[in-house]
Design a protein around this ligand. Structure first.
Ligand code: NAP
Length: 383
């Protein structure tokens, strides 16, 4: 029986994780659950799964949860409590599924404590890639990606990296793949969040529509698979059936395919190196629509180009674009700025932020804060 600490239990990945656990209650125990403010949903989850710990990032929400529960679950609050359950000696696996930079501290705590980290929170690698990977190596932690593209590459690379020439991440192109740039100015948050293939949280849905999600994934892949930036390629594949590919010097290409459903990826991370059922229907290739592939248009999807540039710059640039993107997406979701302002705000923040080498977590957090402040000022000028 493996004890799972599920960070971000009320989110899209959190729900999919619980539905896989439901199929295998004899193998996985919900040891700890966390959320930010959604204590009402946490009441339901705590009553169903009876975890040892429930952590709310927000203190007032923790009090509400505590008052609503009448079982033995210990309710805690704050970032330190998130780190505590991630590193707890009884925790075996940590599902790191908090959204945004807020997930970094707890995933890093799991990495330092030598856990199996099922990493959905790509921001941990975008902000603190070097420190994170070093912590994994030093502690002997297992790092298993919970992103469909990176899980695909991870699966393709099971026999090693000998003769590897490049990896190719697939991108759906989001809801505006065929919309001309002129049609993007008046996009609403609900239109941006209506992803054609994947059901996800609102922030990552907007990131998919701008293709910043793919940009963050390029950086994530750089750290996960220890590649050079020029070994990472992106191709648009609207059907989201081929999840990503690995190219070899001998002309061979290996790809991983499946229906677009995160439960496959989550179950793989939970059962690795074995495979278990995930409740996902198998592919029916003969009856599937034709598979299409296109080169991304970097004029239209400027965020993708910005992420590649930041990776090549290295140092603080990756954390800066992530922070600016979080501020810009939040402003877009709150109707303060327009869809096409998002890349402009990121670009301006990058040009106004001091570019440095980041040696420790304090420096990473300081850069994140300063980029957020600068981006917030720029948002005010656009609003
Ligand atoms: N959704 C996908 O299909 C998918 C695929 C690949 C990777 N990912 C990655 O997985 C992560 C989670 O994505 P998601 O779509 O599941 O997000 P989501 O649906 O928005 O859920 C986010 C979760 O994080 C919690 N949370 C939000 N802000 C927090 C904070 N400041 N401190 C602590 N917890 C906080 C939320 O709690 P409340 O409910 O209380 O707000 C919720 O449980 C992201 O990094 C995303 O890029 C997602």
């Amino acid at each position: 029986m493996k004890n799972i600490a599920l960070l971000g239990a009320t989110g899209s990945i959190g729900k999919s994780t619980l539905s896989v656990i439901d199929l295998h209650r004899d193998q996985f125990n919900v040891f700890a659950l966390s959320a930010n403010t959604n204590w009402q949903q946490m009441v339901k989850l705590c009553n169903k799964y009876q975890p040892n710990f429930a952590v709310m990032r927000d203190e007032a929400s923790a009090l509400e949860l505590q008052n609503a529960l009448d079982n033995d679950t210990q309710v805690l609050s704050g970032v330190e409590a998130l780190c505590k359950i991630a590193a707890h000696e009884q925790t075996d696996y940590v599902m790191a599924a908090i959204v945004g930079a807020a997930g970094m501290a707890s995933s890093l705590a799991a990495a330092k404590a030598g856990k199996r980290i099922m990493l959905a929170n790509k921001e941990s690698l975008v902000l603190a890639g070097d420190i994170f990977i070093e912590a994994v190596k030093n502690s002997g932690a297992e790092l298993i990606p919970v992103d469909s593209e990176h899980s695909a590459i991870f699966q393709c690379l099971q026999s090693g990296k000998s003769g590897l020439s490049k990896i190719q991440l697939t991108a759906s192109g989001g809801p505006f793949l065929h919309t001309p740039i002129s049609g993007l100015q008046s996009i609403t948050p609900d239109e941006a969040c209506a992803h054609p293939n994947w059901s996800m949280g609102r922030k990552i849905s907007v990131d998919s529509a701008t293709m910043m999600n793919k940009g963050l994934e390029v950086i994530e892949a750089y750290y996960l698979f220890a590649l050079k930036p020029e070994q990472i390629d992106v191709v648009i594949h609207p059907q989201s059936i081929v999840h990503s590919s690995v190219y070899y010097d001998d002309g061979s290409t290996l790809s991983q395919l499946g229906n677009p459903d995160m439960r496959s990826v989550i179950s793989y991370a939970m059962a690795y190196p074995n495979r278990i059922s995930a409740g996902v229907a198998p592919l029916d290739l003969a009856n599937n629509p034709p598979l299409e592939f296109y080169t991304p248009d970097l004029d239209k999807f400027a965020c993708l180009g910005l992420a590649f540039d930041a990776l090549k710059q290295g140092g603080s640039a990756m954390g800066t674009i992530n922070a600016a993107n979080e501020i810009a997406v939040d402003a877009f979701l709150n109707h303060q700025i327009k869809f096409l302002d998002i890349p402009n705000i990121i670009e301006k923040t990058l040009s106004q932020t001091q570019h440095t080498t980041l040696c420790d977590l304090d420096a990473i957090i300081a850069n994140d804060q300063s980029a957020r402040e600068i981006a917030t000022q720029i948002v005010k000028q656009h609003a």
